[in-house]
Design a protein around this ligand. Structure first.
Ligand SMILES: Cc1cc2nc3c(=O)[nH]c(=O)nc-3n(C[C@H](O)[C@H](O)[C@H](O)COP(=O)(O)OP(=O)(O)OC[C@H]3O[C@@H](n4cnc5c(N)ncnc54)[C@H](O)[C@@H]3O)c2cc1C
Ligand code: FES
Ligand code: FES
Length: 1382
């Protein structure tokens, strides 16, 4: 054995892992090396703010601040990391800060947390702690810089840094705008005027006053104390053993070599090299390794060195560090051209993953993933374009090879280690004094659904070229170039050598460009099975065109200027060339939300109702102290469950086997339908039930077959994933489409009372029409909820066959009934408790019931507590989501665009069970009637298929119906060559036609506010002027086209019976229970306000004081029965009304006493009154079931939106330039809450219309399994300018204090974005047609698929649009003399 200082890692030195969490010391002597930091924090500490949103590094819910002390420079490095991927053993010597450590209710909240609440930036709150830590890290790092001191109260953070600080964090509720405002409020360069609606100041106050009202930030306090005990701790790596598994952190290459050798000879053990472990986010290997070798402590791998030959970067250097290094300006000996190349490499790297991933993801790890497993890497592509070299060590053999050679080799053997890379310094080679100007050009590209990162690209590219301009000729010669492409569905990034050779030494002109592109088209070909192959090839062409075309036929004088300052510093501001460069530059540097305006007219009639009161619990949500179901500490002996689901759509289940390796790891039981003591029911609605587990026959891929119960969630998940099901599919023919269901008459019955009535006489309407469109077809897909908190429950057995179930759901009453039925026990044996839900959107209604029931059944059977936190993949597979459908329509219309008749045949895919699907006809026809169709006929069939049962998702049926209505408007306008806006306007209802279509729900004429909203919005959004400007823009821009669209909504909602209970305690504090569940929609806040208002009518003390005294408590299905569903946008108001009725009772009971006391004492305080009431035995608890009467049960909501988009015709990328919304909230109960609902819903709608694909395989099994493939909107995909006006439409006699709903209707307004994209595509198609090569007439009646993703948009704009343009240019004289072709 070696002597001291030569410790090999095979030595059995007992070491401990030491680190701090929020200043608290942790020292562990045994850790399974596969344990993640998140697992440790959530299961072994009280810090539950870190949430598991995805487990893939893709959502930010688990972000923590990781601080490392550098004893050499006596400084602390702070950065964010995703705790779901960071291995616990790798935090040795580090200090971790979670949201609780940033601030909390005991030690005081941090201004970040207070500002998040004050800017109304937390709804369900599940994302908020992660957001808080991300911003905290940004502030900390900015304030540590040597930048000038900011104004008092601000940080050194810039606006752009502030916006980007949360760019990697997902939020499904808020729509991001308020989060961005809260972040910006810290920025040194913020204009207070630009900050959005908040609770700190009122409109019109001066900047000084505003600033004084903000929770103060002291930037000098930025450097937090690093725990002293950690400063002393050893800085060497950790070597530890636990249950036969080892963690090694070698400190030298020699140690590493010895270790690898040891592993090699000791075969049979499995070894894994790790650095950041972020690769697990993608590969999610289930194999457990017995040896982990952490490379972070080997100095040679951490090297960063620079000289005039290039930059060396060690393999363990993180991407963030590499970016920093590449950006450093003050490096001697590196020429300007090389610096520019480095800067562009850094800019590209900044779009890789997210900040918190880049902070731990290493360069080496990325290259190895690309080399060994064909990961679609950005780094390999950009490094390939600059001839990077790599250093490899295998055994004792060192190799220094080109990256290209490295990528082309067979997968590296497991004991090979990548040591580092070298990026050479580039410089143009030609002598400047010769007859030519020579210049090096470098650009990188990526096309991804999110412009600033957190999305893998469809294709990436990087081009390096040396070009020369002959001094006496007007043209450019391309001396040589390197063209790299990757991530398009190829094994690894490639160099397009044939194109490079073809271009080399060529004088660039249109013909050469065309030939190069043709060559490229045959080179960049995705492998078989890759999605959108032709699109990806077209991207390669687009990028090469973007790179080269500005160089063609440039006038010599201009080009000289251009050579002097690359990228558009032209003296000729109006020159065509500049415009063309600008076109591309704007695309390359996307901005985030640049401005937003909120117009709100407060209603002061019922204070504090109507005030923008901060959301109840927002601050503890920000600090992570709010308790969600999975945060409840596990009771003793708690077990964990994971579902085994079917992968076949229709099959007999012959048997289920757990893999032997899984069964050893803590698995206690496998529970299936055979274990059910009562009925096999997992969910039920008035339309029927769904089995908890498939009995002998499974009816869809994704159906629950059994539950694995194990000692930990991880073990349960692994066992479930590895389970093997034996199927028999003989003679079974599944129904996998609505067409098949139609053929086989497989339908769910729709109760007649739910089937809407037609309007008018369709045949007559058709006969009146001048034009007709017959049997046009539309199709719509599904959408997944993507609540940040996946389905979860905890069941605890109680005495005497009773059970308590904590469940995250929107309908405890139904959870309760189902559990009782399944367990075969009386209802009073079950208690379901729901405090808060981390996002629901309909997905935690019916779909949450089986999760709670499965836990209850397992707990009941095993007599132990059982909990379950469904992993994201399983959640996505089982969720069902929104209803897909096929629509066939026939429409008749006049030459003016006035529609006279519409008939719809709709096949709705309901999946395997009824769920709520029979309400779809009702839900669809309501919003569809937003236009006066003349006559309206329909036939809607709810199809039973062998697909997961679809459920309610925010605006279920309504969003599809609104889309259908708009698609028809577009179709009619195209057919008549009319402006679609005029067709919409002409078909809006008059009050008379509204009454005809909506009968009793139409309300009073004065309540029909849509026409005024429609006109008002045209003015406030400058609609007509922008429409004209846009035409001009489209005329003068070839590769970017804009579209604008204004759409209305009429959205019926219905109130349901809702219970409420208000109790006043002896100290005057008030406890409220309501049927509605707090999902993040602010229900509790409105209820609190209503309680304070209604009790204030006793006139004892101020309403603000009363507001402080109210606490709304968790729903408990035994304490308050008949809670019903929280859905349909109206539960807040019905809960408020229930509470108001309770308060009225209490006020009535107290009035006599109060009057008596006032008579005696002159005035009386609330507390005194209540104490006296207690002493005189006044009943201070009142409960009620509010039952809306017929006149107030249904009503219509109105709103309209204008959206303007810009489509990039090279990539199909859409940017939403601006959205303006006006939405009628009546007299809003809380405008801050309603604003949050409007913005959040709209952004969720953007997801549906633009981004979120929820595909299945041929068996109907969902294949979008997480954040890698399912892209919800992020801060860079929302409108750049986002203006919302909440219209206060005054008194509505049948509404709850004149208020109207806001939860779902605004989602539907996102159809405006889709229509605007369509308008932009139309322009692109007209232009394409003008270039010839196609059919005689441009097809302007095309269907634009939902979601309108980049490939979809590009395809409609012409995958070959560049080739068509170049051919046209070549063919036309005008083209030849036109100069630059862009
Ligand atoms: C959410 C997310 C988004 C991402 N988006 C992108 C993107 O857009 N573009 C892109 O290019 N990349 C992307 N990545 C990939 C990311 O860059 C890599 O995961 C990361 O660089 C890997 O580094 P690591 O240190 O975490 O490697 P680890 O996960 O620790 O290791 C990865 C693999 O490499 C092996 N390994 C690591 N270092 C060495 C070495 N020196 N020698 C031999 N073997 C080694 C490990 O054994 C393991 O098999 C993304 C990752 C995540 C999690
Ligand atoms: S849970 Fe870690 S990033 Fe999503
Ligand atoms: S508040 Fe962001 S996910 Fe709910």
């Amino acid at each position: 054995m070696g002597h001291q200082g030569q410790n090999t890692n095979s030595e059995k030195t007992k070491q401990t892992l030491v680190f701090a969490v929020n200043g608290q010391r942790f020292e562990l002597s045994e850790v399974n090396p596969s344990t993640t930091l998140l697992e440790f924090l959530r299961s072994q500490t009280s810090f539950k703010s870190v949430k598991l949103g995805c487990g893939e590094g893709g959502c930010g819910a688990c972000v923590v601040l990781l601080s490392k002390y550098d004893p050499v420079h006596d400084k602390v490095d702070d950065c964010t990391v995703s705790s779901c991927l960071t291995l616990l053993c790798s935090v040795n010597g580090c200090s971790i800060t979670t949201a609780e450590g940033v601030g909390n209710s005991k030690d005081g909240f941090h201004p970040i947390q207070e500002r998040f609440s004050g800017f109304h930036a937390s709804q369900c709150g599940y994302c908020t702690p992660g957001m808080c830590v991300s911003l905290y890290s940004a502030l900390l790092n900015a304030d540590k810089t040597s930048r000038p001191e900011p104004r008092p109260g601000f940080s050194k953070l810039t606006l752009s840094e502030a916006e980007k600080s949360i760019a990697g964090n997902l939020c499904r509720c808020t729509g991001y705008r308020p989060l961005v405002d809260a972040c910006k409020s810290f920025a040194v360069d913020v204009d207070m005027e630009d900050l959005g609606f908040n609770s700190f100041w009122r409109k019109g106050e001066s900047d000084e006053v505003k600033l004084s009202r903000l929770p103060p930030h002291n930037c000098n306090k930025a450097t937090r104390g690093f725990p002293e005990f950690l400063k002393m701790a050893t800085k060497s790596g950790l070597n530890m053993e636990s249950e036969g598994c080892h963690w090694y952190s070698p400190c030298s290459l020699e140690q590493l070599q010895r270790l690898l050798h040891m592993v090699e000879v000791n075969d049979g053990t499995s070894m894994k090299i790790v650095i950041g472990n972020t690769g697990m986010g993608y590969y999610k290997e289930l194999d457990l390794h017995n040896k982990y070798i952490d490379l972070s402590y080997i100095p040679e791998l951490a090297i960063i060195s620079k000289d005039q030959t290039g930059i060396k970067i060690g393999a363990s250097v993180t991407i963030s560090k590499a970016i920093e290094t590449l950006r450093e300006e003050n490096v001697d000996g590196i020429n300007q051209e090389a610096k520019l190349v480095f800067k562009k490499l850094a800019n590209h790297m900044e779009k890789i993953a997210t900040g918190f991933v880049r902070n731990s993801a290493s360069i080496g790890g990325n290259l190895i993933m690309a080399q060994r497993k064909h990961f679609p890497s950005d780094i390999t592509t950009i490094l390939l374009s600059v001839d990077a070299m790599v250093d490899i060590l295998t055994g004792d053999r060192h190799e220094n090879i080109t990256l290209e050679e490295f990528l082309e080799r067979p997968p590296l053997v497991s004991n090979s280690v990548l040591l580092g890379i070298k990026i050479p310094c580039w410089k143009s080679s030609t002598d400047v004094s010769s007859k030519t100007y020579t210049k090096l050009l470098y650009e990188t590209y990526r096309a991804a659904p999110r412009p600033i990162g957190n999305a893998l690209p469809y294709l990436n590219a990087a081009f390096l070229a040396e070009v020369s301009l002959c001094k006496n000729s007007a043209g450019i010669v391309l001396n040589n170039c390197r063209l790299a492409f990757g991530a398009y569905g190829t094994k690894h990034s490639i160099r397009a050598r044939n194109v490079e050779e073809f271009l080399s030494a060529k004088f660039l002109d249109v013909g050469v460009l065309y030939e190069a592109i043709e060559l490229l088209e045959s080179t960049v070909i995705p492998e078989e099975g890759v999605a959108s192959p032709a699109y990806r090839t077209s991207l390669a062409i687009g990028f090469l065109f973007e790179f080269l075309s500005p160089l063609i036929n440039i006038h010599s004088e201009i080009s000289r200027f251009w050579f002097d300052g690359y990228n558009g510093n032209f003296p000729f501001n109006d020159s065509k060339v500049k415009q063309n460069f600008d076109q591309f530059n704007q695309i390359k540097s996307p901005t985030l939300l640049s401005s937003a305006k909120q117009v709100i007219q407060l209603n002061e009639d019922y204070r504090p109702v109507g005030e923008p009161t901060i959301k109840s619990g927002a601050t503890i949500q920000s600090s992570g102290e709010a308790v969600y179901v999975d945060d409840i500490p596990s009771p003793k002996d708690c077990l964990h469950g994971a579902f085994i689901y079917s992968t076949e759509p229709l099959a007999w289940v012959k048997g289920i086997k757990l893999k032997p390796e899984a069964s050893v790891d803590g698995v206690s039981a496998l529970i299936s339908f055979k274990d059910i003591p009562g009925e096999n029911v997992g969910a039920q609605t008035i339309f029927g039930g769904e089995p908890l587990y498939a009995d002998e026959l499974t009816q869809c891929a994704g159906q629950r077959i059994a539950l694995v119960v194990a000692d930990t969630q991880k073990n349960a998940d692994i066992a479930a994933e590895l389970a093997v099901i034996d199927y028999d599919k003989k003679n079974l023919e599944p129904i996998l489409s609505v067409e098949e269901a139609f053929e086989r008459c497989s339908f769910f019955e729709v109760p007649p009372f739910l089937y809407p009535e037609p309007v008018g006489d369709f045949s007559k309407g058709m006969a009146e029409a001048d034009h007709q469109i017959e049997s046009a077809v539309l199709k719509l897909g599904s959408q997944y909820y993507f609540y940040m908190e996946t389905q979860t429950a905890l069941a605890v057995p109680d005495e005497d066959n009773c059970i308590v179930v904590y469940s995250s759901n929107q309908c405890p009453e139904f959870v309760h009934d189902t559990i009782a039925k399944c367990l075969g026990v009386p209802g009073h044996n079950v208690r379901v408790i729901t405090r808060r839900v981390g996002g629901g959107f309909g997905g935690k209604a019916i779909k949450a019931i089986p999760v709670a029931t499965a836990c209850a059944l397992a707990a009941y059977k095993l007599h132990r507590p059982v909990r379950m936190y469904v992993n994201r993949k399983t959640d996505m597979i089982m969720a069902g989501g929104r209803h897909p459908m096929k629509i066939t329509y026939s429409v008749g219309f006049k030459g003016s665009g006035k529609i006279t008749a519409l008939k719809l045949d709709i096949l709705v895919d309901a999946g395997m069970s009824a769920d709520i699907s029979p309400i779809m006809p009702h839900n669809m026809i309501g919003p569809l009637k937003k236009y006066d169709w003349g006559a309206l006929a329909f036939d809607i069939k709810v199809c039973k298929t062998n697909l997961p049962s679809r459920s309610a998702m925010r605006a279920p049926g309504e969003v599809q119906a609104s889309f259908i209505a708009e698609a028809i408007m577009e179709h009619v306008a195209s057919a008549l060559a009319l402006e679609v806006d005029s067709v919409r306007s002409i078909n809006l209802h008059t009050y008379e036609s509204l009454e005809l279509f909506y009968k009793t729900s139409a309300g009073e004429p004065s309540e029909y506010t849509l026409p005024s909203i429609w006109n008002k919005l045209a003015m406030s959004s400058n609609f007509y002027r922008r429409t004209e400007l846009l035409k001009e823009f489209n005329r003068s821009n070839k590769w970017r086209k804009r579209g604008i669209s204004r759409v209305p909504i009429v959205h019926p909602v219905m109130l349901r019976a809702t219970p409420g209970k208000v109790s006043i305690l002896r100290d005057g504090s008030i406890v409220v229970e309501v049927g509605g569940i707090e999902l993040g929609q602010g229900l509790w806040t409105k209820v609190k306000q209503m309680t304070a208002y209604a009790l204030s009518l006793i006139q004892c003390g101020g309403t603000e004081e009363l507001l402080e005294k109210v606490r709304v408590i968790q729903a408990d299905s035994l304490s308050l029965i008949q809670g019903g569903f929280t859905s349909g946008s109206t539960t807040s108001e019905s809960s408020c009304e229930a509470v108001r009725l309770c308060c009225n009772i209490l006020v009535e009971r107290l009035t006599a006493l109060k009057e008596r006391l006032v008579e005696q004492m002159g005035s009386i305080k609330w507390e005194t009154l209540i104490l006296q009431a207690y002493m005189t035995s006044v009943n201070l608890s009142a409960s009620t079931l509010y039952i809306p009467d017929f006149s107030s049960m249904q009503y219509l909501n109105y709103g309209a939106a204008v959206s303007e988009v810009e489509v990039n015709l090279l990539t199909g990328q859409t940017t939403i330039l601006q959205t303006d919304i006006i939405y009628d909230c009546g007299k809003s109960l809380n405008p801050a809450v309603d604003l949050g609902q409007i913005e959040g819903a709209f952004v969720q709608g953007i997801g549906f219309f633009m981004l979120e694909e929820y595909p299945t395989n041929s068996k109907g099994l969902v294949v979008a399994e997480g954040t890698w493939s399912y892209k919800i909107p992020t801060v860079d995909t929302i409108p750049k300018r986002f203006n919302v006006e909440i219209l206060n439409s005054g008194h509505h006699k049948n509404r709850v204090l004149s208020s109207k709903a806001s939860g779902e209707p605004p989602l539907v307004l996102a159809v405006s974005v889709h229509c605007a994209i369509r308008a932009a595509i139309k322009e692109a198609r007209l232009q394409l047609h003008s270039w010839g090569g196609g059919v005689d007439e441009p097809d302007l009646t095309f269907q634009l698929q939902v979601p309108a993703t980049m490939p979809v948009v590009k395809e409609l704009c012409g995958l070959d649009n560049i080739q068509r343009f170049l051919q046209w240019t070549l063919g036309s004289k005008q083209g030849e003399s036109a100069g630059c072709p862009v």
